[in-house]
Design a protein around this ligand. Sequence first.
Ligand code: ME8
Length: 519
Amino acid sequence: MGEPFYITTAISYPNGKPHIGHAYEAIAADVIARFQRAMGRDVRFQTGTDEHGLKMAQKARELGITPRELSDEMSSYFIKMCDELNVSYDVFIRTTEERHHASTQELWRRMEASGDLYLDRYEGWYSVRDEAFYDESELVAGEGGEKLSPQGTPVEWTVEVSWFFRLSKYAEPLLKLYNENPQFIQPDSRRNEVMRFVEGGLRDLSVSRTSFDWGVKVPGSDGHVMYVWVDALTNYVTGLGFPDESGDFARYWPANLHLIGKDIVRFHTVYWPAFLMSANIALPKQVFGHGFLLNRGQKESKSLGNVTDPLELAERFGVDPLRYFLMREVAFGQDGSYSPEAIVTRCNAELANSYGNLVQRTLSMIFKNMDGTLEKFASSEADDALLATVFTACRDELPREFEALNFSAGIDAWMRAVFACNAYVDEQAPWALRKTDPERMKAVLLTLFMAIRDLTIAIAPVVPAAAAKVLDQLGVPGDARTFAALTDADWYLARVATGEKLAQPVPAFPRLEMPEEPA
Ligand code: ME8
């Protein structure tokens, strides 16, 4: 078994149906999970829903149902989204599960045993939408002069007796953590923001509420439920069986990567490591705050009427084209914009015309002109040069960039190899060789066959279903679809030895239709 690799997404608030940002994060995490599996790692991939808190309680009240009914219904849409987008999670966690309450209460007890929890009176600004507390100094003025959180959401002055976590005690240890482990918070821009924030000193954090009961009960303190972020963050260890520290926990903790959006970096890089230090649990290796996805440059919102159902996009353009577009178009870590036209333009140019066409043309020619027969051939210098270019892109460049979460750059390296194949096809003109030099035609087509296998294995984490379709047509066995398999020089001879002929190829990347009019 390979080295363990534990990756998580944020757990989503199921107070509405999933939006494109949720799909983006789930897809990015899935690309990482599939990539790491293809690199030979033993991947554990967790996602889920964050079902407690005032936001959920208020939404349920608004709809006249219980929070439980709301989370049961809505969380099913998140599961459906993951399944339809081909997101290969191992665990879908729901924070209302009994095991999660037990795990969070154990974390609480450990923080209490460290002397980090105390009862006091809480007075401060709370944003229900962000489920976050803010300092007066962090607030901004709204259009009518009203006070808003730094995220632009309404805040309420709240007064109650609550439990506090001694966050102030952890400012120094946290700064030490960031300084000693520059990769802990990525990208660097977010790391700098967090460091400035912590350098300003930390105030103790109110971690329980008495004004409502939709949450995890504070052990031994009637009437208190935990602040939703205490329980939300704990999901990452619950899913590994915590408080049982043998088994999955022993194997997969600490997490290699918490993948989250930029708005919740503070929770994951200040609160979470502080809770873990307090409870004497090892810290995750990296938190990566990706950017936001915007609809034609604008944030989606009900009032603008531009909220997109990611499953409708997937249905309209296909799951793999949507995945490809999101990973290719946006420089990971930065904000990005999408529109139906941009999806069609990008996918037609790269997936359909460049790569899909290469595959389809090559396999059709092998099928028609060679009766689908694969055989040994003597390669020329040009053939070897092409295969070397493709190999370098697929085995070195793309993996190096994907390892660093630079998906767009990795795909760019891959695309250059696809272009090299297309330039080779034009130069070698196999259709003309058919009459003049059939042996040479075979060498050209079989070289392309080998190149396509490499290209397809490399891009499979991004477009898993279409890639599987191509690899099935090539006859590449399931266990040979890995990056290590790319270095096996004899795979082609083994493939020839099976004697299997290529069947008539079926296009894996059809061209997309441009939308008639921009929505
Ligand atoms: O924050 N583009 O849940 P959530 C990209 N429950 N990503 C986006 C986005 C957008 N437009 N909008 C949101 C929560 N996200 C908490 C997390 S984790 C212990 C608890 C991202 O449903 C967002 O940054 O509001 C977050 O990573 C994820 O979607 C879920 O957001």
